[in-house]
Write a protein that binds this ligand. Structure first.
Ligand code: TMP
Length: 213
């Protein structure tokens, strides 16, 4: 049996990333493919508890290094307990955010050194590298407005301001430009169905097992 693919979705607030993860999960299930849809921070009992802490008042007051460690701890648990076992059993894993979010938010946004964050990620995830990172690229300001318009789970990071989120976007874009074979960049400023089609086309092109999607 071949291992499943590990595909992560990244983007700034209001990029429509969560919708795309859900749509792709539904499409894969309809095509008879085994798939596990999950998110970060979260995806395990310990990870969801860390998520609750991160987005509480206590989390809002935490220092950037503490925040980076909490996100990364949740990720280590996610990899060990959910992602690696699923992939090993032949299940495709679709994950809403992964380690590039720590580089973008805690590195770009909060100003922590990216090389130090990368070392931390390596400790937490070992060899668990995504097969593909999908970047849903949207105008940062439009995304923030969308986020505040519809989402009940607005948190302190969402409220960090346009400069913060522009620095987050810059790191995502820089990573995608520097490692083009690892990333599929999709224009998120289109209707959700068009974004979804673009992602499916990319997956068909890149992975033989997704040819029938
Ligand atoms: P989301 O579920 O809407 O994507 O919210 C998760 C928030 O957490 C989002 O504002 C990005 C932030 N985040 C980090 O700051 N660092 C990380 O490593 C991850 C995974 C998320």
């Amino acid at each position: 049996m071949s291992p499943g693919r590990f595909i992560v979705f990244e983007g700034t607030e209001g990029s429509g990333k969560s919708t795309q993860v859900r749509l792709l999960g539904e499409r894969m299930r309809a095509a008879g493919l085994p798939v596990d849809v999950t998110r970060e921070p979260g995806g395990t009992p310990a990870g969801e508890a860390i998520r609750t802490l991160l987005f509480s008042e206590a989390g809002a007051g935490a220092a950037p290094r503490t925040v980076a460690l909490l996100h990364t701890a949740a990720r280590a648990e996610h990899v060990a307990r959910r992602i690696e076992p699923a992939v090993a059993s032949g299940t495709h894993v679709l994950c809403d955010r992964f380690l590039d979010s720590t580089l973008a938010y805690q590195g770009g946004g909060s100003g922590l050194p990216i090389d130090e964050l990368l070392e931390l990620q390596s400790f937490a995830v070992g060899n668990c590298e995504p097969d593909l990172r999908v970047l849903i690229a949207v105008d940062v300001e439009v995304g923030l407005q969308r986020r505040f318009g519809v989402d009940e789970e607005v948190n302190w990071i969402d409220r960090a301001g346009l400069d913060f989120h522009s620095r987050v976007q810059a790191v995502f874009q820089d990573r995608a430009r520097t490692y083009p074979t690892q990333w599929l960049v999709v224009d998120g400023d289109q209707p959700a169905t068009a974004v979804s089609e673009e992602i499916v086309l990319g997956l068909r092109r890149l992975f033989p097992e997704f040819a029938g999607l």
